[in-house]
Design a protein around this ligand. Structure first.
Ligand SMILES: [Zn+2]
Length: 332
């Protein structure tokens, strides 16, 4: 047992050290904010975890690639976003792919587990979207096209851009789902619940890991004494053992996904209040370095005091979750 704790401790220290070296200025400096967000997100989403998985599932319609592209075109046209989908598809920049991903059973059949991917190959930005035929494919397309809209300088993105890229991509898919909420209500409702489940798991991972990041940031090392001094009432060994089930190397992406759950709801409601806000969302795709960060945060109406920003973000997720739960109750 003691040996296991030692090796877990070593593993956690290594991961956290690598993470801090890579992200020296953002999450570690604001570890309290991200810890609060992780706690808050878990609290808000925990009622969703009581729902039986798949209870909202119905038989959803299948659409041809052409129909799905039409859905996308109609959406982008409605919000005046100039994206030449035909051109992007004919050049192979956006591709509907069927295989090459790990299979998983969803909707009662085997489909790829990796739903979409925005990446770079030989300097070209590419977007892969799964090709199941469900409306879901188009939601994923909008998310991935959101990543595709991130501007880069010399292939570089700043830390802030990395932190918010998932949130921006998710915002686009929230706006998209809102546009089709009547036409594709059942499937959207089903997917929304699943999405929140996923965010809960990400937040839980961050919630369990972040106390270690906190201790490391303060002392440049982690041990039982320091940990229990900072987190009275949390048993160090138990906290370490909780991390056993996670792949610690994913910490940075977990933080991004967790953060995306609140940022996207926040930006979505801002847009719903005033459609002109769309331009501010678009502007967030521009490279934003450390100096420009505060300006960017203020531009979207968030207070740069992290406490009030954190509250505003959590309130948006709470509003979104409550709406979803009410909607579900009405329909089930
Ligand atoms: Zn993404």
């Amino acid at each position: 047992m003691e040996e296991e704790i030692k090796s877990l401790e070593e593993r956690v220290i290594n991961v956290i050290r690598d993470y801090v070296n890579e992200h020296d200025s953002l999450v570690p400096l604001n570890v309290q904010l991200f810890g609060n967000l992780a706690d808050g997100i878990c609290d808000i989403l925990s009622p969703i975890m009581d729902f039986k998985t798949g209870e909202e599932y119905k038989e959803f319609p299948i659409y041809s690639v052409f129909e799905r592209i039409e859905f996308l075109k109609r959406f982008y046209k409605s919000i005046n976003i100039n994206i030449d989908l035909d051109d992007l598809i004919s050049k192979g920049i956006i591709d509907f792919v069927k295989d090459d991903y790990v299979n998983e059973s969803i909707y009662g059949k085997q489909i790829p587990r990796r739903y979409g991917h925005s990446y770079r190959k030989n300097g070209t930005k590419l977007v892969d979207v799964i090709n199941t035929g469900y409306f879901q494919d188009t939601i994923i397309a909008v998310h991935e096209i959101g990543h595709h809209m991130d501007e880069v300088i010399n292939y570089e993105r700043w830390l802030f851009n990395s932190l918010i890229t998932e949130g921006l991509a998710e915002t686009w898919s929230l706006i998209y789902k809102d546009f089709y909420k009547n036409e594709h209500r059942d499937e959207i409702n089903y997917l929304n619940i699943n999405r929140l489940r996923y965010f809960y798991e990400e937040a839980k991972y961050v919630r369990d890991t972040i106390p270690f990041l906190f201790v490391y940031t303060k002392y440049s090392t982690i041990d039982k004494e320091k940990f229990e001094k900072e987190f009275e009432g949390i048993n160090y060994e138990e906290a370490l053992v909780r991390l056993k089930k996670y792949n610690p190397n994913w910490f940075d992406s977990k933080v991004e996904y967790m953060f995306s759950s609140v940022l996207s709801c926040y930006l979505f409601y801002k847009y719903k209040e005033n459609e002109k806000f769309l331009q501010k969302i678009i502007d967030l795709h521009k490279p934003i370095d450390f100096k420009e960060m505060e300006k960017a945060i203020k531009s979207i109406g968030l207070d740069s005091s992290f406490e009030s920003a954190g509250n505003a973000l959590l309130e948006s997720l709470k509003r979104y979750t409550d709406e979803l739960i009410n909607e579900r109750e009405r329909r089930m």
